[in-house]
Design a protein around this ligand. Structure first.
Ligand code: ATP
Length: 202
């Protein structure tokens, strides 16, 4: 699986449709301060399912929509699409039937986010799991923010362990365990309720 193209439309400063071709090997993005380099990296995190506005340097998720400029009105939606070359057929099950995967996330003011893979509506969780199973995603240590190296040096051992887990490709399992624990807790609560009802009937 290899990222081949990132397309932005109305995302932060990228008001006009913009395409970034991601060639094989190392990609560098250079430009003057404030030209949108970090916005590009945030678009990549966002399309992979990032759901914390703070990670997008905003107060709410709608802050990723182009907010307007002196000569341009604000936009009503933002869309990012990521094309992935899957000719090696390494995409997780359920997404592995095509040579190219096209992941799209769109946010509309007052209507929230919607995701599509190859034109089909999917849940945020499906997209997050797709990338987690492929050992990448919005929280991947492969995406290095400014200041992140010093954060890592000062991090607690537990936070560092997460990075090793990601590299070992088990973060998808970690997410599934968390969901299983939530279901277990819900089932325990339901059982307690059943016990209460049985006691009342006895
Ligand atoms: P530096 O080199 O200083 O880190 P950079 O190239 O990484 O800068 P970014 O931080 O990606 O630049 O882009 C910042 C620009 O994006 C600012 O001009 C800011 O006004 C603009 N911007 C951010 N969010 C929005 C938005 N929702 N609508 C319009 N413009 C936005």
């Amino acid at each position: 699986m290899r990222f081949t193209r990132l397309r932005l439309n109305g995302f932060k400063s990228f008001v006009d449709p913009t395409e970034l071709v991601i060639a094989e090997g190392l990609t560098g993005v250079v430009g003057p301060n404030g030209c949108g380099k970090s916005n590009l990296l945030e678009a990549l995190r966002w399309v992979m399912g990032e759901n914390r506005p703070s990670a997008m340097r905003g107060g709410g998720m709608e802050d990723v929509i182009f907010a307007g400029a002196a000569t341009r009105p604000a936009r009503n939606f933002a869309e990012v699409s990521l094309a992935i070359d899957n000719t090696d057929r390494l995409a997780p099950a359920g997404f592995n039937d095509r040579d190219t995967l096209d992941i799209v996330r769109r946010i509309t003011r007052d209507a929230g986010s919607a995701y599509k893979t190859n034109g089909k509506d999917v849940r945020a969780r499906d997209v997050q799991m797709l990338f987690a199973d492929a050992s990448t995603g919005a929280h991947s240590p492969a995406l290095v923010r400014q200041g992140q190296i010093s954060e890592l040096i000062n991090a607690r051992p537990k936070a560092r362990r997460r990075i090793l887990e990601e590299a070992a490709g088990i973060s998808g399992l970690y997410q599934r365990r968390h969901e299983a624990e939530l279901k277990l807790r819900q089932t325990e609560t339901n059982l307690t309720r059943v016990d209460d009802v049985l006691e009342q009937l006895a």
